[in-house]
Design a protein around this ligand. Structure first.
Ligand code: GN1
Ligand code: MG
Length: 358
């Protein structure tokens, strides 16, 4: 899709509209993303409109990225960390008409994928997210702001579901009956998680919090991992977030938008590849408690995503954009099926984990 943007945004970066080709790209649900190609310089940029309904204080994102970039520059100068491009007046964002925009360099010769079609992609992507955590292992996580407070707090997500259920219109509850029952039945996931909270070796780490495949850049030719992108939700969290979201999104060949549930299956070889990739960076860093929770991280994140979609459906879809009225319910259904598959394959998956922890 070709389109034009407000001149002021481009001018803030010293760019002139006449020399630019602008197209909307990306598949994210939250921010709007554009690719900007300049015929004058042959440079390319990514321009993003930050969703301020979700990120209520975009400045916090900029603060976090500045702190992390400074740390990495000192401790791991060769690590490729994508920092925002500054405006001509040295700002990290443009604030215009109550909207926030920021620009990033486009990394040439890379691709961002929407679905994984090879095990190598799973290995490489998981390795990149593991690498980010390893690079930041010595960084004090609590120096970072929570850009979305309680983002992966399952307890809060459950409470939000319970509240939505209480308030929801009867008409919405009827089609969601089975999913509501599942959401309640699987509450033991939350209780299990809570039973680990007091452990001494369950640290807060710097987590990316959105580790889906489209948030990694891979080399276009050989699919080797280059770096991670979409850094808005980098903030303190438990290790469950990143590994769990990879298990959620890499092991199934179809996304959360798939409505044919017979397609929602775990690809064991992809699971194995992602575990190998992640542990190639993180094995020496993970604590005993974290190692114990590797498979559980997948259950935790799939359950949370199911709750979030179901809650949004019951609330009348204020959060996740939809293409048809029941889409968030379908997404919740899809995630509950995936959760069931994780349980069905539990033994085999746990064996793979054990083999790779030796
Ligand atoms: C949102 O916009 P996107 O696709 O990067 C969401 C994630 C969900 C994901 C589900 C800030 O991410 O937490 O896992 O949708 N991000 C936010 O597709 O809510
Ligand atoms: Mg995101």
């Amino acid at each position: 899709m070709e389109l034009s943007l407000d001149d002021h945004i481009l001018k803030a970066y010293g760019l002139q509209k006449e020399h630019l080709k602008i197209s909307q790209v990306g598949s994210g649900l939250i921010n709007r993303t554009y690719l900007i190609s300049s015929s004058a310089t042959t440079r390319q940029y990514i321009l993003q409109n930050i969703n301020t309904e979700v990120f209520r204080q975009p400045q916090l994102i900029a603060d976090n990225l500045r702190l992390i970039a400074a740390y990495l520059h000192l401790e791991h100068p060769d690590y490729l960390f994508i920092k925002p491009v500054k405006t001509t007046s040295d700002e990290e964002m443009v604030h215009l008409d109550n909207e926030y925009w920021r620009m990033l360099p486009f990394v040439a010769n890379t691709v961002s994928l929407d679905v994984l079609t090879t095990e190598k992609q799973a290995y490489e992507a998981a390795r990149q997210f593991g690498k980010l955590s390893r690079m930041l292992d010595g960084f004090e996580a609590h120096k970072l702001h929570a850009t979305i407070p309680d983002f992966h707090n399952l307890s809060l997500r459950y409470d939000q579901f319970a509240l939505a259920l209480k308030k929801a219109d009867h008409k919405l509850k009827v089609p969601a009956e089975e999913e509501i029952e599942r959401a309640i039945d699987y509450r033991h996931i939350l209780e299990y998680f809570n039973s680990f909270q007091h452990r001494q070796d369950f640290p807060d780490r710097v987590m990316h919090h959105d580790t889906k495949i489209s948030n990694v850049l891979l080399n276009k030719q050989n699919n080797e991992g280059i770096c991670v992108i979409d850094l808005d939700t980098i903030m303190p969290g438990k290790f469950l977030s990143d590994l769990g979201d990879m298990i959620r999104t890499y092991t199934c060949a179809f996304s959360e938008n798939e409505t044919d549930l017979s397609k929602i299956k775990i690809r064991i070889s992809y699971f194995e590849a992602l575990i190998k990739g992640y542990l190639s960076e993180m094995k020496s860093i993970l604590t005993e408690t974290e190692k114990e929770l590797i498979l559980f991280s997948g259950k935790y994140m799939v359950y949370m995503q199911a709750l979030r979609f179901l809650t949004d459906f019951l609330n009348g879809n204020p959060y996740y954009p939809i293409q048809y009225p029941q889409q968030n319910l379908d997404r919740a259904r899809n995630q509950f099926k995936l959760l069931q598959e994780l349980y069905h394959n539990e033994k085999e998956l746990q064996d793979i984990i054990e083999e790779n922890l030796i």
